[in-house]
Write a protein that binds this ligand. Sequence first.
Ligand SMILES: *[C@@H]1O[C@H](CO)[C@@H](O)[C@H](O)[C@H]1NC(C)=O
Ligand SMILES: *[C@@H]1O[C@H](CO)[C@@H](O)[C@H](O)[C@H]1NC(C)=O
Length: 303
Amino acid sequence: MNKSFPLLGFKELLMGFVSGRCVVIGEEVGLTSLTPPYLAPTTTGDVILKGVNYASSASGILNDTERFFGHQIHLDTQISNFVKTRQDIISRIGSQAAKEQFKQAIFFVSIGSNDIIFSQWQNSSSWNTLLDTIISRYKSQLVRLYNLDARKFIVTNSAAVGCIPFVRDLHSSVDSCVAVVNQKAQLFNSRLDSLLAELTKNLEASTFICANVYAMLDDILNNYMTSYDFEVADSACCHIAGAGLHGGLIPCGILSQVCPDRSKYVFWDPFHLTETSYEIIAKHMMDGDLNYISPMNIRQLLN
Ligand SMILES: *[C@@H]1O[C@H](CO)[C@@H](O)[C@H](O)[C@H]1NC(C)=O
Ligand SMILES: *[C@@H]1O[C@H](CO)[C@@H](O)[C@H](O)[C@H]1NC(C)=O
């Protein structure tokens, strides 16, 4: 899918910090235009008062998380870019009004899965050591946003990335998800739960909402035919014939073929879901119960 990252503009400002995964929540809340990307030349003037998208494909919490797909803007730099937007907003509307805006704004942060997917190439003695580094970086990044007046955060955990076509093919897994990679995601997620609880407690007037995309994707994969209208849950719709059992080894590009009906596929390409899957996830984020999003869903946050 080509949609980048539409989100809650609303009256509220929306700041998105994402690793390139698409989310269609904006459509859920009736937004007609996408939150504009930070680097677009048109993202200037009053446009920035309605929210900015800092997302960068394949980016990570750590600066050196990914080395295969060219240039990324990792989270530290995404936040530095927000510092510039913030200064622009202060110049336009004054610091008092700006501060109020930031406190009402929703900061959507969805990152970490690339740090897990590409961790096997990191120079670290063990996953636990690397995970300590990832979580401590993430903590200081979220605190940095808080110190820049962010108060309302929606943070996603890591999906079951052992199930994506890239990881399946990398591990030559014929018909199951790669358990060792899903275990890494689960460890990250449990550390993230503790981190968000700690931040909520220690940062005055903050709200950290955790969106459990691990559970959301797990449900889709387990029930793709019975609860949903999917036919294929293990292979990429956009693929190069012969490049991996699940079309997972080569990113979707000009030489790729696209499946006849993408709405029947859970996965769009080696790394990403189809729009149909993202719509299911967006609905869970909007209206889901505590199993999917806690301590409240986005609709409750907005009301
Ligand atoms: C990551 O890179 C950015 C941009 O070069 C830099 O400002 C930041 O300090 C780096 N983070 C770490 C932990 O080295
Ligand atoms: C990993 O880092 C250590 C310490 O910086 C260094 O001695 C070692 O050569 C590195 N290993 C690889 C494979 O880069």
